[in-house]
Design a protein. Structure first.
Length: 252
């Protein structure tokens, strides 16, 4: 029999307290001693300060920093209605390590400090509903949680923003995308998502913006199901050389 509501909350609180005692007394990223642990922080203030914001001006649609006078070509093939995509920080050094800790090392609660960095992106949107990009069933089972859902939950706790975790589903496992060219990524992801429901003012939540193909496919699914406009936020964005290498050609 499942525990009653109150007892379950007690159990969760006890487990959280125990986990805090078991945490290393050091920053996960730089291993310096974290002075205050009362916010359950796993990342020290100095490391958070090293996460670098993207410089303005940004493309209004995809959030890519622009060279003044040159039109963005990254989002020209995006579906109409997908707009206002923003990333919190560049995928560099400590930000890359933070993503790695969350996705591959099981440090689920590092999503909290990362969500702090994403918080300003949500604050700019009127009455958003966060829609985490779903993992495949196999990957969710292997990891035990969806990193995008962790950020959405952390943002919900911090700001009260709505979350619709089940709005999108994956039709099939698309495997890892990292070694694929942009064309192969698009082909691999085509039709990968289906909208189960369309929440008001949907805002996709994803980990890293590399070519934007995941957001484009997920956004297309929500638009097809009737969303008038879809936005998106990611924790990090791959810097230009990496993004260009991933796309295989310069400037497309
Ligand atoms: Zn640190
Ligand atoms: Zn753009």
């Amino acid at each position: 029999m499942p525990p009653s509501g109150a007892r379950w909350v007690d159990l969760r609180a006890a487990l959280a307290a125990a986990e805090r005692w078991l945490l290393p007394g050091a920053c996960l990223l730089c291993e310096s001693v974290v002075p205050a642990r009362d916010d359950d922080s796993l990342v020290c203030a100095a490391c958070r300060a090293r996460w670098s914001r993207l410089p303005e001006p940004l493309c209004a649609r995809c959030g890519q920093p622009l060279t003044p006078g040159i039109r963005c070509r990254l989002c020209t093939e995006w579906p109409d209605g997908l707009t206002g995509v923003r990333s919190a920080v560049w995928l560099e050094d400590q930000a890359r390590r933070a993503v790695h800790h969350l996705k591959y090392e099981g440090w689920r609660r590092i999503a909290g400090p990362m969500a702090d960095a994403m918080r300003p992106l949500v604050g700019d949107i009127d009455s958003p509903t966060l829609v985490p990009i779903p993992l495949s069933a196999a990957r969710l089972k292997a990891r035990g949680y969806n990193q995008s859902a962790e950020w959405a939950g952390a943002l919900e706790r911090r700001t009260g923003v709505a979350v619709a975790s089940g709005a999108l589903a994956r039709r099939r496992d698309t495997g890892t995308q990292t070694a694929l060219t942009p064309e192969a990524r698009r082909a691999n992801l085509a039709g990968a998502f289906v909208a189960v429901s369309v929440p008001p003012n949907p805002v996709l939540v994803d980990d890293v913006f590399t070519t934007g193909s995941t957001l484009a496919e997920a956004g297309a699914a929500l638009l097809l199901a009737g969303a008038r406009e879809v936005r998106g936020i990611t924790f990090a964005r791959a810097p230009r050389p990496l993004a260009e290498a991933a796309r295989g050609v310069h400037g497309i």
